[in-house]
Design a protein around this ligand. Structure first.
Ligand code: 6PG
Length: 464
């Protein structure tokens, strides 16, 4: 019986949540998982949604259960499993059946799959973790518009809503959706890292307990920093480990994991020559966090840093985070603009900010202002938009003071310090690259431009 309006393969955490969301929104869905017991368990525990779900044991049965032209969502691990799943599925499908990769794919892979595809294919980024997938994620679509149009009603229905506006947006051709998702994750890394850095100042520099830190984040969540990430940071800091009775945060090992999307963003930024130092610093910080033995050896060799920080207040920390956040998002959006030009995607910057206002991990009050500012002028770096320029004018001094205090106290702040460096570089009319140009010309006759003189290929007296 081909009655399901859509199919989904891969009932891991995200796939199961997304399938339930689709069923919950009234769509009949066929599901398949490589391990049949997972499929059966999913169906058996679906409660009243079970009536909307068709569990299947073979790919053939799965395909047969979906109404034509079919639309099939893949929620399998990124990389080879996606290619393998497509290869297994395609021979069973009709020419106009649509495959949608909704995993965290590298956008270059999505570009390739879209180009190689002899039948309809979409790559969509889905953000919001398990809860988002279940109750409303932010969705970033890429591929041919006509394929998006076929499933837009389903994707909009299951997406998060910001003031009734669905957070499911078509971004552009081929891997555009997965590219935007990768930048989202890069920003996510930097936002998380900056929060972790101010946590470090509070814990090591100011001697605050996890509970006090949790209460501070909760208070900040009432102001300009209001966001999902600040909210959950407060929750994490306040939590107690039921087994030991200790603060949960104090017994979580300080080595960050990563699946790679932030790293992809940093690598791609280098290809695009897009400056995103906060995101790069956040990736570096995660890599460094994993080198636990080396860090311990370093502490043995060099001793602990002084660390007591009594020269700054919690208000200054909040202000530093506000400035850092503005700079980090400004960098992320300029990278999207660079990719838009470079790949000819016409990425809709205002719609991207709008799309991130609900459902996704980086949703925040500030994103609403970003959507407005980008709507006024999508080509302008956000740090120059009046509302964000005002934030920076009011808060960059605190960012500078916090970074300086951290440096003196020995509390590492890679992302926040990269923020103030970016800010200073971006407001310095006369920089220092003239020295680089002189050096390049000295050793390699690379030539340079001169103020007040036409031409780009002048040489210094050392050429003789
Ligand atoms: C989201 C998240 C989601 C997830 C990453 C975790 O938007 O829902 O970005 O994709 O958090 O897979 O990434 P790391 O393991 O790299 O932190």
């Amino acid at each position: 019986m081909s009655t399901a309006e859509i199919g989904l393969i891969g009932l891991g955490t995200m796939g199961a949540a997304l399938a339930s969301n689709i069923a919950d929104n009234g769509f009949d869905i066929a599901v398949f998982n490589r391990t049949t017991s997972v499929t059966n368990e999913f169906h058996a525990t679906a409660g009243e949604l079970a009536a909307k779900i068709t569990p299947t044991e073979t790919l053939e049965d799965f395909v047969a259960a979906i109404a034509k032209p079919r639309a099939i969502i893949l929620m399998v691990p990124a990389g080879d499993p996606v290619d393998q799943q497509i290869a297994a599925l395609r021979p069973l499908l009709d020419d106009d059946d649509l495959i949608i990769d909704a995993g965290n794919a590298l956008f270059h892979d999505t570009n390739r799959r879209a180009r190689e595809a002899t039948a309809p294919f979409l790559g969509i980024g889905v953000s919001g973790g398990e809860e988002g997938a279940r109750f409303g994620p932010a969705i970033m679509g890429g591929g041919k518009r006509e394929y998006w149009d076929r499933v837009e009603h389903i994707l909009k229905a299951i997406s998060a809503k910001f003031q009734d506006e669905p957070c499911a947006t078509y971004m552009g051709e081929e891997g555009a959706g997965h590219f935007v998702k990768a930048v989202h994750n890069g920003i996510e890394y930097a936002d998380m890292q900056m929060i972790a850095e101010v946590y470090g100042v509070m814990r090591d520099g100011m001697g605050m307990s996890a509970a006090e830190i949790g209460a501070t984040f909760a208070r900040w969540n009432e102001g300009p920093l209001a966001s999902y990430l600040i909210e959950i940071s407060g929750e994490v800091a306040k939590a107690t480990d039921p087994a030991s009775g200790k603060a949960m945060l104090d017994i979580i090992v300080d080595a960050a994991g990563q699946k790679g999307t932030g790293r992809w963003t940093a690598i791609e930024a280098q290809h695009l020559a897009a400056p995103i130092p906060a995101i790069e610093a956040a990736v570096v910080a995660r890599n460094l966090s994993s080198r636990m033995d080396e860090r311990a050896a370093g502490e043995d060799l060099f001793g602990t840093a002084p660390q007591k920080i009594d020269s700054i207040t919690l208000d200054q920390l909040e202000q530093a985070l506000i400035a850092g956040k503005v700079l980090c998002y400004a960098q992320g959006f300029t990278m999207i603009e660079a990719a838009s030009d470079s790949y000819g995607w016409s990425l809709p910057l205002p719609s991207i900010a709008q799309n991130w206002r609900a459902g996704c991990i980086i949703r925040s009050a500030m994103l609403d202002d970003m959507a407005t500012a980008l709507g006024e002028n999508p080509d302008r770096n956000l740090m120059f938009a009046p509302v964000f320029a005002d934030y920076l004018k009011a808060n960059h001094k605190a960012l500078r003071e916090v970074v300086a205090a951290g440096a003196l106290g020995g509390v590492a702040m890679p992302a926040l310090s990269s923020g103030i460096t970016y800010f200073d570089a971006m407001r310095t009319k006369r920089g220092t690259a003239n020295m680089i140009q002189g050096q390049r010309d000295y050793f390699g006759r690379h030539g340079f431009a001169k103020f007040g003189v036409d031409g780009k290929d002048h040489h210094g007296p050392w050429a003789d």
